[in-house]
Design a binder for this molecule. Sequence first.
Ligand code: NAD
Length: 446
Amino acid sequence: MDMHTDASSPDRRRFLRLTGSAVATAGILGLGGQSAWAQAGATPAAGDSHVAPAKDLPAAISLPPMQEDKSEKSRMPVQLGKDSRLGLAIVGLGRLSLEEILPALANSKRCRVTALVSGDPAKARQVAAMYDVPETSLYDYQTFDQIRNNPDVQAVYIVLPNALHKAFTERAAKAGKHVLCEKPMATSVADCQVMIDACKAAGRLLMIAYRIQYEPLNRQVKDWARGGSVLGKIKLITMANCQNQSKENIRQWRHIKALAGGGALPDIGLYCLNTARFLLGEEPIEVLATQYSTEGDARFAEVEEAILWQMRFPGGVRAQCTASYAGFTSRQYRVLGEKGWANMDPAFGYNGLQLKRSRMAEDTDEFMAPGIEQITPQEKNQFALEMDHFAECVAGGKQPWTPGEEGLQDQRIMEAIYESARTGRAVELAPVKGLDAFRGTEPTKP
Ligand code: NAD
């Protein structure tokens, strides 16, 4: 029997308070700058950087709680004005940039797009016209380094095939820009470390775009999973992220090991890995994995079709994860505790996430037939939340919640998972003390 949650229940009211604020929409305007297309080949002077120091970016206007203050001043806009926003150069104009990230800027309160980087000048001009980016702020992959001369760009958002993340992070850091980089961070532990070191040396922030960790429903499950009072002691997490790769574009970069780093694991399995770590706050101490590819399927000549793995966490929780590149779209997880469970299905999509919960009645140890509650908060754009957190960290000079170290830890674990699949043995990982050991500043509630 489905039992929808009553808005008057304490948990429901608390959750609505967490997620109920209105989504702000803002226009996106670009400013002029140096002509990078025209200046292709020009060598900028060493150290010639006009990047605004983090401290120069003003903080957002903060407001008192709405329930307690209905005065005129409480209705002031919470988004920043155009000139106070973090100016982002979007690097790579593929599917994710065009379909998700650029449109999400309309929901951002702290960011704007000020430059585009693409190998296709016609596409770059077309997108620039749509988002009011001046032609003088368009770059290709060769002229990218000239971005150092563009004072309207404070940070770059790298949305390229995985193996290219490292080189563009290094180049961006050298150009004096902060870096927001898509997942997976890179294709090896060594590359992740180079990226962290490059940003540190340049005094610039590095954040990995783990949007799920900024999404309110997943953050709610994290609170339940860690508290103990809602679901009881957590015993098991089961997770799956599957999609059926197109057979039309066999040689796309996701099927080429040198560009992708692997198949289902780094692309979609990473959501299971990263989300399990996030929900518990702990780091796994052992992994056991198996992988396979259907013989003769050209999509999987270089990368794995599917991978199944277990992670053992120090608190005793086991996570059982599955990722497949050849099964129908399935993105779900369940966190199973002694006194209840939380279920997200779909869990990892851009929108339409659904959270259900079932648990024992409070203050009783008696078994009772569990009801199922559905939690339905107002939806937030995950990319806008993630970008705004990054902008807030740049403005305040704070370590992001998902810094480079978070991506490096995932890469370490993925390498252990592959090793286990190769050898057929469990692989131990170095124990890590404390909760959220690799994470930075907790995101503010949206
Ligand atoms: P895509 O193939 O749609 O776009 C990749 C872009 O990179 C294209 O514009 C392409 O022209 C350009 N490119 C530059 N050099 C290239 C090269 N040598 N080979 C191939 N393409 C090259 O890919 P996408 O789906 O936009 O993914 C980009 C990144 O974003 C990946 O790291 C991916 O894992 C990540 N991603 C994240 C999410 C998320 O939800 N956070 C979703 C999808 C993709």
